[in-house]
Write a protein that binds this ligand. Structure first.
Ligand code: DCP
Ligand code: MG
Length: 363
C-alpha cells in the first residue's frame, strides 16, 4: 500500500536545547556530556563542534583535543523532556499515527490526510515551522512513501532540512549512497560488503543474492528490498517498548565460548548507543536478557532480574551461563534489557515488532 510518512529528527538536540537556555553559547562549539577529567563520553555536539570531528559517544577528553575551544555542558534531562513534550504535542495536531523513536525523533503516518506526497511535504513544512515557533529549535524532516526512505531523506537534508523522496525517485536517490545509510549496516557489515565489492547501494542492488547471503546471512533479504527503496514496516502507534535488544547474525558459527565473549563489547556498544538515546530507559529496566540461535535455528534466551543498567561484564556472565546450559554451534547472538511496563496503558503485541524498529542489528 502507498503510505505518506514523515520522519522528524531534531538537530543536535541536547546541544540545541542548551543553547536555547544560554544564548551566549550560540555560534560556539558546544557539546553535552561528562567532564574530560572523568572518563565520560559526549551525548552530542552542535554543528560548529562537528566541523572539528567532535561526535556523540566520543570520550570528552578526545573531543577536547580535537577542539580545544569546545564547551562541554553537563546534561539536563528535564530540559530535553520538556522540549520533547512540546514537539510531540505538535505532532498530535496532525495525526495520531506517531511512532516515537527517542526524545527527538519520530515517524508520523499522514496517509489519511495527504492523497499526494506534496501534501505530506506541506504538512512536514508546517510541523517544522511550528516546532521552530514554539521551541526555538530546528527540526529536520524527511517525507517519503515509507519509513526507510523518510529517515534517509531526513538525514540527507540535515541540519535544518526538509527533503522529499517520491516513490518514482527512490532508486535514483539511494543508488549513489554508501551502504551504511541503510538501517542495520554498521562499520563491520560495511567492511564485509566492501570485501565482496559492494560499497554503494547501486552495487548492493545488482549484487547476486547468493554472494549477499554468504556475506550477511538472512539479512540479505531485507537488504535487497532496502536497496530498491522498499520497506513495508508500519508506523507503530501508541506503542510501549517492552524491551530494547540488539542482535547479530554471523556468517560463521561459533563453536567456542571465548569467541562468543569476544563479540560482546561490539554488541554492547550498539545496544548502549540506542539505550542512551532516551534517558528514561535507565529507570525502567526490569531484567537483562541474552539470546542465541543455534545453527539448526533453535533459539534460546536467558533472563536475569535486575533494575540496574547492565555492563559488558554482566552480559558476558549471562552468555557463560547460557553456554553452560546449552552449548552448541551458535549463529546469532543478542543482548539487551526488558522494561517494566506496569504503569503504562498499552503494550506492544509482540517483541518481533521491536526487532523491526531497532533494525536487524548486524553491527
Ligand atoms: N544521544 C546520546 N548518546 C548517543 C546518541 C544520542 O545521549 N550516543 C542523545 C543526545 C542527542 C539525542 O540523543 O542530542 C538525539 O540523538 P540524535 O542521534 O538525533 O543526534 P542529535 O539530535 O544530537 O544530532 P542530529 O542533528 O545528527 O540529529
Ligand atoms: Mg537528532
Amino acid at each position: 500500500m502507498v503510505r505518506r510518512i514523515i520522519h522528524i529528527d531534531m538537530d543536535c538536540f541536547y546541544a540545541a536545547v542548551e543553547e536555547k537556555y544560554d544564548p551566549s553559547l550560540k555560534g560556539k562549539p558546544v557539546a553535552v556530556g561528562g567532564p574530560a577529567q572523568s572518563r565520560s563520553v559526549l551525548c552530542t555536539a552542535n554543528y560548529e563542534a562537528r566541523k572539528f570531528g567532535v561526535r556523540a559517544a566520543q570520550p570528552s577528553s578526545l573531543a577536547l583535543r580535537k577542539c580545544p575551544e569546545l564547551i562541554i555542558i553537563p546534561p539536563h534531562f528535564d530540559r530535553y523532556k520538556k522540549e520533547s513534550h512540546k514537539i510531540h504535542q505538535i505532532f498530535h495536531k496532525f495525526t495520531t499515527k506517531i511512532e516515537p523513536m527517542s526524545l527527538d525523533e519520530a515517524y508520523l503516518d499522514v496517509t489519511d490526510s495527504s492523497s499526494h506526497i506534496d501534501q505530506a511535504t506541506e504538512i512536514a513544512w508546517i510541523i517544522k515551522n511550528m516546532i521552530r515557533a514554539e521551541t526555538g529549535l530546528n527540526a529536520s524532516a524527511g517525507i517519503a512513501p515509507n519509513k526507510l526512505l523518510s529517515k534517509i531523506a531526513g538525514d540527507w537534508g540535515k541540519p535544518n532540512g526538509l527533503f522529499t523522496v517520491a516513490a518514482e525517485n527512490a532508486e535514483s536517490f539511494l543508488s549513489p549512497m554508501v551502504v551504511d545509510r541503510l538501517p542495520g549496516i554498521g562499520p563491520k557489515t560495511k567492511e564485509r560488503l566492501q570485501q565482496v565489492g559492494i560499497e554503494t547501494i547501486e552495487q548492493l542492488k545488482h549484487a547476486p543474492f547468493e554472494v549477499l547471503a554468504q556475506t550477511v546471512g538472512t539479512f540479505a533479504v531485507s537488504l535487497k528490498k532496502y536497496a530498491i527503496g522498499q520497506d513495508h514496516r508500519e508506523v507503530i502507534t501508541d506503542w510501549e517498548r517492552k524491551s530494547l535488544t540488539v542482535e547479530q547474525t554471523y556468517e560463521k558459527d561459533f563453536h567456542q565460548l571465548e569467541a562468543v565473549l569476544e563479540q560482546v563489547p561490539e554488541l554492547y556498544e550498539d545496544w548502549h548507543h540506542r539505550f542512551s538515546k532516551d534517558p528514561e530507559n535507565a529507570s525502567r529496566i526490569k531484567s537483562w536478557v541474552v539470546k542465541v540461535r543455534f545453527s539448526d535455528f533453535r533459539r534460546s534466551t536467558l533472563e536475569q532480574s535486575s533494575s540496574q543498567v547492565p555492563k559488558i561484564h554482566d552480559f558476558k556472565e549471562l552468555f557463560k551461563k547460557i553456554w553452560a546450559r546449552d552449548p552448541g554451534e551458535l549463529r546469532l547472538l543478542g543482548l539487551g534489557v526488558r522494561f517494566s511496563t506496569a504503569d503504562k496503558k498499552k503494550e506492544l503485541p509482540q517483541e518481533d515488532q521491536l526487532q523491526l524498529k531497532f533494525g536487524n542489528a548486524l553491527d
